[in-house]
Write a protein that binds this ligand. Sequence first.
Ligand code: PNS
Length: 161
Amino acid sequence: MKKAIYPGSFDPVTFGHQDMIIRSSAIVDELVVGVLNNRAKNSLFSVEERVSMLKEMTASLPNVTVDSFDGLLVDYMKEHGVTLIVRGLRAVTDFEYELQIAQTNHVENPDVETIFLTTNLQYSYLSSSIVREFAAYGGDISKFVPAQFIDRIYEKYNIKK
Ligand code: PNS
């Protein structure tokens, strides 16, 4: 039984995240999408809103659950019996940061391994911060996020479309 976690901020969730969730859930038995409840970070959506959007988005994937975590990822994983982390690599610019957190997590708990999936070429430019930047100026975000979330994102910037 291979249980993995796909952790992130998901602020907001994008088509890139969706693609990663679909592909990684196909190679493990169980996938937890772990939403970081980072109090220090000024997030656009509350952790409850982000969890709720991810639950909507993954409703049709039977082996995917969504949860939030506070503090260290390795602590959450120990508590929940998860030893595998899945992360996406978009470009070489992601590599240094990802390598550092993967190695730190492995040092903290040698049972923890990280696997990387290369992002779909279609979404290799995409990030939550790009979505926020476009939405803040009323730009078209329909190619970036699932349709049901578009209005919720604009609402955060008091933009009516
Ligand atoms: O979507 P993001 O913001 O790139 O995700 C980063 C995340 C949530 C995977 C990372 O910041 C994380 O695991 N944070 C929890 C705190 C932690 O365990 N830090 C140790 C890593 S060095």
